[in-house]
Structure formats: C-alpha cells, structure tokens
Design a protein around this ligand. Structure first.
Ligand code: GDP
Length: 454
C-alpha cells in the first residue's frame, strides 16, 4: 500500500485552520472556539475534497496561548508536521491582512523543502480583497481566495492541492534511458489466434531488442524493444510475453482456461491491450469475456483481427465482427478494430501507431473548467430524472485520476441516478471531451457540502 498523501494546514492562530480542517474531514473532530489557541482535540483526519482523499494535519493543535509569538513548542511540532507532509497549506486571514507573524511563517516555509499552497481565508464578500492582494507579497505564489466557513473556493483549492496529493495511477508509468515513455503493451486472445506469431513477427523486424527482462510474474517476461515507425520515429515498447504464449500446454481444454489467466496477467501489466481475433473463426464468447475484463480493469483496448491474409468475404466479416462487438460489449462503441496479418506483417505498423495514440487518450487530463463547461451543457440538454417527484441535483464533476481517466460527480440524491444517465455522461465525456473509446470511470457522490463528500 502506498502511503496516504498528507496535507499540513499551517498559519497563525485564528486564521481558520480548524474550520477548514472540520470542513475537509467532515466531522466535528476538532474543537473550535473563537479564542485563539483553544483547539486541542484531534489534529489529524481523513480528508475528502471533491473526491481527492488525503490525510490532513491541523497544526492549530500545536498553538500556544500567546497568538503574537511563535513559541518553540508550536514551531517544533509544526515543523515536524510540515516535513512529514506532501504539501503545506498556508492560511492567512484576508480580512485581517498580513501580520508580522504571517511574514515570519512565510519566510520559514520558503526555507523548507515541502511545497506550499497559499490560501487567503475569510475571503467571502469584498472585505477580503485587500488582504488577497497583499498576500502576493509573501513570495509563495498565487493566493487562493477561499472561505472555510462558507465553503467557497473549493475548486481552486482542489486544483492547487491535487498535484501533491493525487492518488497514484493504477498502472505505473515507465521511461527508457532517454526519458521517453515506454508503451506497455499486451497481446491477448484465444489459443491459435496468432499471438506468438505476431510477437515473433514484430520482434523479427525490430533488431534492437534489449530484453528479455526479468520476469514480471513467475510465468511472464517483459521484452523491451524499439519500434521503428514508418515516419522515422523510434519509440520504446515493452511487450509482455506470458508463459502461455511461449510453451503451449498439451491439453486442449486447459488451453481455454490458460488464455483467460494469461489475459488477466497481461492486463495487470499493460497500458494498452490488443485483443487478437482469428479471422477464420470470427468473434466468439471467449473473446467478449476477455474484452470485457480488459475494459473493467480500466485498460485501453484495441481489437485486431488476425490472419486477414486468408480471410474470406472481408467486408462482411469485418462488419459482422464490429456489429457483434457492439452488441456484446456495453462500452464497445469507438474501440479501434483493425486488421492484421502476423504471417505477412501487414497492418502491424498501423496497430502500433493506434496503440500509441490510444495510450495518449488513456493518460489524458482535462481541466476542471473545461469539464464543467461541458457538464453544465450536458445536464441542461438532458436533465437528470426526478424519481418520486424529487429532483436529483447535480453540482459538479472533477477528474480525480488518469490512466484510466476517472471522474467523480457531486450532487444530491445521486445514489438514485439510473445507470442509463451515468452512461449518458460517460459517453458525453468520451465524445465531447475527446477521450475516444478508452474506459472512463465515473463515480457519483452525494454531498451538500462539497468539502464533505463521504
Ligand atoms: P497463439 O496460440 O495465439 O500464440 O497462436 P500461434 O501464433 O501459435 O498461431 C496459431 C496458428 O495460426 C499457427 O499455425 C500460425 O502459423 C497461424 N497464424 C498466425 N498468424 C497468422 C496469419 O496472420 N495468417 C495466417 N495465414 N496464419 C497465421
């Protein structure tokens, strides 16, 4: 398990640290009092901010009674919290304006390695404007106007914290010696679809194999090589070769099971998965099972129909397979369907080109602004239903991850949203925001208060 990303809230007494902490944690854990330095209770909690989940430390708990000094005890504890955190959220009071203590904390934070996000709290209304401008002088970048009390500035806060606390991508990004991103590719399919032939064909043509590498799992190896694209580019690829491809099992009925197990292993490893079909057999139930599993696991899928060199009635066959895919798979629309011949090498460059393009879509991010412009339009065109006469209110949506792209939708009564409506939104994200056919994850969370989304 990777360590949970941590945010330390820092600031002089009474700027609103505990109020923000309570907002983020969503429970009344810390004790808030108007008198400075009263918060003594819990100082740590699990925070949720628009679907971002992280640990938050409220350093208000370390404050001493005297708000005008930065006493040793507070300093030592706060320093420890900041050093342990992935980001320090430095709060100032935009109504009160900057104080010498704010400046002292800023100086100290600038000398620390932990990145700092500066927020000007109590900025609701116009009273905070002067303080917000002043905050630039702290030399910590753009101050985020927000109001912990009134729940304002959430999206800005989210955007600024996100780079530091984002949850890890499911599939690790790999780079070669030159810093180029390696495409992690798997070829899966039923026995005799031509997987081994295709891999051998690819590797035969590419001389610069640097692998095989050590086993990814006991039964599979990764092969690093460079694809010499027709446009002259040389691009790194890591191909998974599972045991099922290298040494064939003897017993036929074991083979079917093996192909599913191989596919699972390959999917764990890959960014892009090529499902290889046999043109002489068409699309079978087993293929749909594998394809469905690839998409469920959130990997980008490409369908390649192999043995095209001996395929008969090619256009009828192609359309038949496309139609059957759309019928059999809920997320099939737009998934690239290509034809190849492992025997002659025809179509392999196109397959690799499409694989690189698909990986780009799968890794893509859209800004919260762009996303919500689309979102407002989408719910206006087709408003959510009103089960039992009660309207489901959708507020906003954010992208919380990529590889695969994942989104969280906020609103009230979202648990009553029908699947068809979620599908409408997922299709909209794919189509309007150009995610192509990569699997998109969308979760809905109920929230009245966008800070508190549990
Ligand atoms: P795997 O079980 O998916 O690894 O399949 P293999 O690579 O062992 O291929 C199964 C059979 O199909 C072999 O006899 C191959 O020679 C043949 N084959 C594979 N690809 C092609 C192709 O593109 N065209 C033709 N005509 N035969 C192929």
């Amino acid at each position: 398990m990777p360590r949970t990303p941590t945010v330390a809230i820092v600031g002089r007494p009474n700027v609103g640290k505990s109020t923000l902490f309570n907002r983020l944690v969503g429970k009344k854990l810390a004790l808030v009092d108007d008198r400075p330095g009263v918060t003594r209770d819990r100082r740590e909690g699990e925070a949720t901010l628009l679907g971002l989940e992280f640990r938050v430390i409220d350093t208000a708990g370390y404050e001493d009674e005297d708000p005008h000094t930065l006493p040793g005890r507070m300093r030592a504890q706060t320093t420890a919290a900041v050093r342990e955190a992935d980001v320090a959220l430095f709060l100032i009071d935009s109504r009160a304006g900057l104080t010498p203590l704010d400046e002292e904390i800023a100086r100290w934070l600038r000398s620390e390695k932990t990145p700092v996000v500066l927020a000007a709290n109590k900025a609701e209304g116009r009273a905070g404007e002067a303080g917000l401008l002043e905050a630039w002088s702290l030399g910590l970048g753009e101050p985020i106007p927000m109001s912990a009390e009134h729940g304002e500035g959430v999206v800005d806060l989210f955007e600024h914290l996100r780079p530091f606390v984002e949850r890890e991508d499911e599939v690790e990004d790999a780079e070669d010696e030159e810093g180029e991103r390696i495409l992690k590719l798997a070829i899966v399919g039923r026995p005799n679809a031509g997987k081994s032939t295709l891999i051998n064909r690819i590797l035969e043509e590419e001389r610069l194999i640097t692998g095989p590498e050590a086993g990814i799992t006991r039964d599979s190896i990764a092969i690093d090589w460079r694809w010499h694209a027709p446009d002259g580019e040389v691009r790194p690829v890591r191909l998974i070769d599972t045991a099922g491809m290298r040494k064939k099992a003897k017993v036929d009925d074991k083979l079917e099971k093996l192909s599913v197990a191989d596919a699972r292993r390959a999917v764990d490893f890959a960014e892009v998965v090529v499902l290889l079909l046999d043109a002489t057999r068409g699309l079978e139930v087993q293929d749909l099972k594998i394809a469905d599993n690839v998409l469920k696991e959130g990997r980008a899928l490409i369908i390649a129909i192999n043995k095209w060199d001996i395929a008969e009635n090619q256009s009828a066959l192609f359309n038949g397979i496309k139609g059957a895919l759309e019928e059999g798979l809920s997320q099939a629309r737009g998934i690239p369907v290509l034809t190849v011949s492992a025997a002659t090498g025809k179509g392999i460059d196109t397959l690799l080109k499409v694989a690189f393009e698909t990986r780009e879509l799968w890794s893509k991010r859209v800004s919260t602004g762009q996303l919500n412009r689309w979102f407002e339009d989408a719910i206006e065109k087709n408003p959510p239903p009103a089960p039992g006469g009660k309207r489901i209110k959708l507020r906003y949506i954010t992208q919380v991850g990529s590889r695969p792209p994942s989104f969280v939708l906020f609103g009230t009564r979202v648990d009553q949203l029908p699947d068809s409506y979620l599908r409408y939104l997922v299709n909209g994200i794919r189509k309007e925001l150009d995610f192509g056919a990569v699997p998109v994850r969308l979760a809905a969370r109920a929230s009245r208060n966008p800070y508190d989304t549990k």
